[in-house]
Design a protein around this ligand. Structure first.
Ligand code: HEM
Length: 119
């Protein structure tokens, strides 16, 4: 169930990125994805036993990789929000936003793939 939610948000992210040239669609879609991802973080925080159980039966290395991607995603959202707002204000920092998008997509896909290893 959690993977399905995770996968659907990832699909929405890809839709948002494919609409990157249409600001009026791209921006609200990406913000929605951020909110949806934060809801799953909140869910895990409120159900800490899920994290505890995962830590108990999954190798430390797998967990480290998953957490690395999770941190990368969080930082990626932060940088996307910051550089996205700059773009909206007219600063032509497309390349920073684009480079961040690439790292973000690798990490967010990494979360999805590794989530199958820890469930
Ligand atoms: C993780 C979330 C996001 C990803 C992966 C992402 C990805 C992208 C990509 C790949 C581009 C095209 C850049 C280029 O071709 O040079 C783009 C454009 C843009 N993004 Fe984002 N973005 C994200 C979030 C946001 C947010 C939150 C905002 C606003 C606050 C935003 C505002 C923009 C704007 C204004 C453009 C330029 C559109 C244009 O061509 O006029 N993005 N984004």
């Amino acid at each position: 169930m959690f993977q399905l939610y995770n996968g659907l948000v990832l699909i929405l992210i890809l839709v948002g990125v494919s609409l990157r040239k249409q600001r009026r669609k791209h921006v609200p879609i990406m913000i929605t994805c951020f909110v949806l991802d934060m809801i799953s973080v909140l869910y895990l925080e409120m159900n800490r036993h899920v994290i505890q159980e995962a830590f108990e039966h999954i190798s430390q290395r797998t967990m480290q990789i998953h957490l690395f991607f999770a941190m990368g995603t969080l930082v990626g959202y932060g940088i996307a929000g910051y550089t996205g707002r700059k773009l909206l204000k007219g600063f032509a920092i497309y390349w920073v936003h684009r480079l961040n998008a690439l790292c973000f997509l690798v990490c967010r896909t990494g979360i999805f793939v590794t989530s199958f290893l820890i469930s």
